[in-house]
Design a protein around this ligand. Structure first.
Ligand code: PMP
Length: 372
């Protein structure tokens, strides 16, 4: 009815900080080549699909019971994976898991942010850090980045000293720009955060498996205010699973347990994640292919004359366009969906299969001629 049409969010008593805001909204369009959400383009291998079915079948029998509230078996396997690949010993007590790293971040902000508190992130960066902050009543402070999207440690330290945030986000490799934050910068910002408050420092390593360099997990030694967050959505090719996790001092794991919902991680999720972890080596094999494709995208885009930000992730930021929105639309008209993250003059493309990347490169080669 007309009444339903004219009645909207703003007619409801929603919280003031949510008024006039938009939800997270990467378009989910049905086009031939989808390179817009940094997913892994490879479907799960057959034997893993079988193993998931087996473990889920076992779990299904016990669905009359609540799942393991503390996900101990899963956290143990995640700890082994981190120890094996991260160059630093991680135990079950150092790991916490939730429904995607988005939920990990939400739980961290519920525990360490909240009304009357603030968080800072160095923008442009992952937009959900600010959105989840808002959703948890945490004030948001946009921190500075250089023109080339690197973080100037001195400027970052000054922002932390001035605003004294309760939570500091450092995304490395950064989304949407793709570049890594050097360990020395992370250490400098951590130390500034300890002098200022002390506050929690969350290193978001969602894309670290695609990096040319190493994880920052070894920095956890003697830094109880540091948290490293990870996900199975990218390197493990399991975005649909919704499994994120963190590594930190056991006290941090105790703190997030104060805010997590009881039984937040379903038995089906735990069983599926455990099956995927049994196939880690196969899944990480795809990572090597994707890194090679990522490097090819960088090289070919530069050869066409595009300006490309150095990438350690499974995506590449490229430009410059006079109007990024218009360029996004023209690429979409050629059947390729990329991402406009709102960074002026730039777009982001996720590394797909070689065929998908070829389709993308053909589209932007044509576009370059059109724009000249
Ligand atoms: N952190 C970063 C930097 C991301 O880019 C993403 C996904 N786009 C996430 C966290 C969240 O991923 P998920 O909730 O699927 O683990």
């Amino acid at each position: 009815s007309g009444e339903q049409v004219s009645f909207g969010i703003d007619d409801l008593p929603v919280r003031d900080e949510l008024r006039g805001k938009s939800p997270y909204g990467a378009p989910q369009l049905d086009v031939p080549v989808r390179l817009n959400t940094n997913e892994n383009p490879y479907p799960l291998p057959g034997p893993l699909v079988e193993r998931i079915a087996e473990r889920v079948r076992e779990a299904a029998r016990d669905l009359n019971r609540y799942p393991d509230r503390d996900a101990v078996e899963l956290r143990t396997e995640l700890a082994k994976y981190l120890t094996r690949t991260g160059g630093y010993p991680i135990g079950t007590e150092n790991v916490w898991a939730a429904n995607g790293s988005n939920e990990v971040i939400q739980q961290l902000l519920q525990a360490f942010g909240g009304p009357g508190r603030t968080a800072i992130g160095f923008e442009p960066s992952y937009s959900m850090h600010a959105l989840i902050a808002r959703g948890t009543g945490t004030g948001w402070i946009p921190g500075p980045r250089n023109e080339d999207f690197t973080i100037d440690p001195a400027a970052g330290e000054r922002a932390i000293a001035t605003h004294r945030p309760d939570v500091v986000f450092i995304t490395t490799p950064n989304n949407p720009t793709g570049n890594t934050v050097p360990a020395a910068t992370v250490i400098a910002l951590y130390e500034a955060a300890q002098r200022a408050k002390p506050s929690m420092v969350v290193v978001d390593e969602a894309y670290v498996e695609f990096s040319h360099g190493d994880s920052l997990l070894p920095l956890l030694a003697d830094r109880p205010h540091l948290v490293v967050s990870r996900t199975m959505s990218k390197a493990f090719g399991a975005a649909g699973l919704r499994l994120g996790y963190l590594a930190a001092h056991p006290a941090v794991v105790d703190a997030v347990q104060l805010v997590r919902l009881p039984y937040h991680l379903s038995a089906i999720t735990q069983a599926t994640a455990l099956a995927a972890l049994e196939h880690t080596d196969t899944l990480l094999g795809y990572v090597e292919q994707l890194k090679a494709e990522r490097d090819r995208l960088v090289t070919e885009l530069r050869a066409m004359g595009y300006e490309v930000t150095e990438s350690d992730a499974n995506f590449v930021q490229f430009g410059r366009f006079r109007n990024a929105q218009d360029a996004w639309r023209r690429i979409l008209d050629r059947g390729v969906l990329v991402r406009d993250n709102g960074v002026p003059g730039r777009l982001r493309v996720s590394a797909g299969t070689p065929q998908e990347n070829d389709a993308f490169l053909d589209a932007v080669r044509d576009l370059k001629k059109e724009l000249e």
